[in-house]
Design a protein around this ligand. Sequence first.
Ligand code: CTP
Length: 446
Amino acid sequence: MKKVITYGTFDLFHQGHYKLLKRAKELGDWLIVGVTTDNFDLERGKMNTCDNVMDRIAAVQATGLADQIVIEEYKGQKIDDIQKYKVDVFAIGSDWTGYFDYLKEYCQVVYLPRTEGISSTQLRQDRPTVSLGIIGTGSIARRFVPESKFVNSIPVTAAFNPNQEECAGFCKQFEIPVAAKTLDEFYQNCSAVYVASPHFTHYEYVKSALNAGKHVLCETPFVFKRSEAEELYGIAESKNLVLMVALKTAYCPAFGHLITLLKSGMIGEIVEVSASVTTLTDENSQKMDSRYFGGSMSENACFPLLPIFKLLGTDYRNINFYSKIKNGVDIYTKAVFRYDSAVASFQVGLGAKSEGNMVISGTKGYAYVPAPWWKTDYFEIRYEDQNQNKKYFYPYAGEGLRYEIKDFVTAILQKNSFFSKVSKRENLYMAQVQEAYLSKNQLFVL
Ligand code: CTP
């Protein structure tokens, strides 16, 4: 039996894919089709795949041409597959001519004619787009716009800042068509909104954007009261709008894998999560100003809260906060959570420095994520027997914001096949923790 193998992403499955599979099948008796995983696509820099791997596999299957489907997960896998499945012919479209000649050592390599005039890239460009408006034009917005260019279907069309001069300068610098003078003008020029304004304005802006019928991606910290978070989710749900919080760590590939590995029991039962985020900040910055809800808790707490809630859940018994205060803001806070069968703690600081790593301790081993763990591309699982230790590497492209932007646009365009990487419940509890801190009930000032 003559075995043929071919690979592809097969996003938005089209005629070109079908013809390619047909031609490949005609080269032998058994056709194996390799479909790339979503993560392998991300690693290769393909940020914009629309269909997830299960949908793409289903599309290949539906052709009835594939006798076997395999998932392509890593660079170099083609050689492994060819040997493992005793493949006679490797076939691929002519856009790759020459690129796979290195496989000739293992089997026959055939470049098949590509169908002209159609491609996934073109189909993606023809899809509806989400025109994005940005409220707030500070440092995070300045990092956001260049990152958004790596994601398809989400052009930035408008910006708003009550300081019109700043807004005009921002739009000029980033070539954004509309520097809106009023919120009405702003909403007329976008279908979704990224709220990147100062923390204490999030609630009002998110509410106003949702009431205007816009999907919202809100910067962290989301809001400072649980009731506000509940109200905003209520509006979003009643209007069938996407409401997401831009907690970038949640969307980056390494963090997602760390959580799934630990959830599957790799270090046994988790007994402690301990994480630290400190960023020494100028005392004159808004981040250190009590009038703007500045301070270490509001600025950084959402990051360690994420792994704590993902791994231990939100049913903690109590929290104690220990803070060092200067000019009315916490320049350093340690929080300790008591759970029924575990403990969690974090350190956040704008005016005190510590190592920004994360350690998750379990009954069989522990996970170590080096600083800065919140934008990691690497972590280790360590055991008593060091020979069993494992190291994991993942891509972390650019500023890392492109992952959340991709999720936001997917959430809007493909609502049915989307689940948010930070759940509503987690966001409600993050607001609850901020509220608990501001109430000062369990606060011990150092
Ligand atoms: N292919 C083809 N004719 C087309 C498009 C793709 O023969 N018009 C082939 C490719 O050469 C490859 C396979 O289909 O062998 C899977 O390609 P894939 O990269 O998934 O599809 P593209 O449409 O080329 O995707 P993109 O635009 O994202 O590169």
